[in-house]
Design a protein around this ligand. Structure first.
Ligand code: HEM
Length: 391
């Protein structure tokens, strides 16, 4: 990725990514300052696709014909809207994600991590994703959301399908059935929480809908959908990519093993260097405009290249170097501005506990296959299919 993003930046501050079927034309910003500028002051762009539609087109989208249309066209979670809707939706769940709330979950996270390591300790090998990096964040987010343990495996299947963008019409169509299942599952959860509320996040959302009418049915479903998906494919990959990079940079791993107080700066550096999201922020142009010399048409989508920005030599000294002692690491792996990652304190604490405990308890970890044999999934995420390790 380092060489790839260097080449991308050399092509200029904005790259034409081409047309994406049934959505529109995409552009990508490649430089740090420009990324920050758009995230902080998006005008004349919007996160809310509905703002681009005529009243008749809007009416069309409220009569959805398939689960896929509902997912793409009617998405009403906080990431897909502007203020004041964004402010209202984020506020409803923000309390659960404050650093104080997350700190209280530390003992439970440590317990999960210890149990996962206990289960493999005598085997001498571990498939890091399925046996470690995936179970931790998914268990934690499901406990926060109040989702029964038995349902968790099913999510992996659904979220995996969603993160690999379909290219052809038949691939789009193939998403319909699993999405239908996922949305009906969320509807059943809502019904359960209505009958039997707890002190979990989904119950809070369901009550806000029922008692104060603070959110629409669509907003309720989309918000639950976002929290399940956002809590899923991100931290998993940060942990797995992070462990891989440490193994590929033994000097840095050794430094960390000698001085565990470097753990917080290590996580920040791993977020910068191998952050799980290549690009984020779907900014829809509300009018024709010009951006860094390119003609952007109304309806085009401008994305922010987070990985490219995090490797920008104008901002980071020796950006291609993994340096766990790097100070004032201003990476944008969690985005910036009002949509900055709500789960950042959670993701930071989970990955600190996961990586810190792993390298302490299994100090002689090594790759079980040559790095060239590792398989990455090509998508907006930097995600390994599996990471077999020995110790
Ligand atoms: C937003 C990254 C983990 C929940 C974002 C954004 C980024 C991001 C880049 C902004 C996207 C944009 O502007 O379009 C990450 C990374 C993670 C991570 C790198 C792990 C290493 C999590 C977790 C949760 C979460 C564990 C918990 C559920 C959210 C939510 C938003 C968000 C709700 C939307 C915020 C808003 O629109 O106001 N995340 N995320 N994230 N993230 Fe995360």
């Amino acid at each position: 990725p380092i060489r790839f993003y260097k080449q991308l930046r050399e092509q200029g501050p904005i790259i034409d990514l081409g047309e994406y079927p049934s959505i529109g034309k995409f552009w990508l910003l490649t430089r740090y300052e420009d990324a920050i500028a758009l995230l902080k002051d998006p005008h004349p762009f919007t996160r809310d696709r509905l703002k681009l539609l005529s009243p008749e087109e809007k009416e069309q989208t409220t009569r959805y014909h398939s689960a896929l249309e509902q997912y793409v066209l009617q998405r009403r979670d906080m990431l897909a809207v502007d203020p004041p809707d964004h402010t209202r939706l984020r506020k409803l769940v923000a309390k659960a994600f404050t650093p104080r709330m997350i700190e209280q979950m530390r003992p439970r996270m440590q317990q999960i991590v210890d149990e996962l390591i206990n289960a493999v300790e005598d085997k001498g090998k571990i498939e890091l994703i399925s046996e470690f990096a995936y179970p931790l964040p998914i268990t934690v987010i499901c406990e926060m959301l109040g989702i029964p343990a038995r349902d968790r495996q099913q999510f992996r299947h659904w979220t995996q399908l969603l993160i690999v963008p379909p290219q052809k019409p038949e691939e789009f169509a193939a998403l319909n059935a699993p999405l239908e299942e996922f949305i009906s599952y969320i509807q059943r959860l809502i019904e359960e929480k209505h009958q039997n509320p707890g002190d979990d996040i989904i119950s809070v959302l369901v009550q806000a809908r029922e008692q104060e009418d603070k959110l629409s049915e669509n907003e309720l479903i989309s918000s639950i959908f976002l929290l399940i998906v956002a809590g899923h494919e991100t931290t998993v990959n940060l942990i797995a990519n992070g462990v891989l990079e440490l193994l590929l940079h033994p000097d840095q791993l050794q430094l960390l093993q000698q001085d565990p107080s470097l753990l917080p700066s290590t996580i920040e550096e791993l977020l910068r260097y191998t952050g799980p999201i290549f690009a984020a922020g779907s900014h829809w142009a509300m009018e024709d405009t010009t951006l860094y010399g390119k003609q952007i048409r109304k309806g085009d989508i401008v994305l922010v290249g987070l990985t490219a920005a995090n490797l920008d030599p104008d901002v980071f000294e020796h950006p291609e170097k993994l340096d766990i002692t790097r100070e004032e690491n201003k990476h944008v792996a969690f985005g910036k501005g009002i949509h900055v990652c709500l789960g950042a304190p959670l993701a930071r604490q989970e990955s600190q506990i996961a990586i810190g405990t792993l390298i302490r308890r299994l100090p002689h970890l090594r790759l079980a296959v040559p790095p060239e044999q590792l398989v990455w999934s090509g998508s907006k995420f930097r995600a390994l299919r599996s990471l077999p390790l020995e110790f």
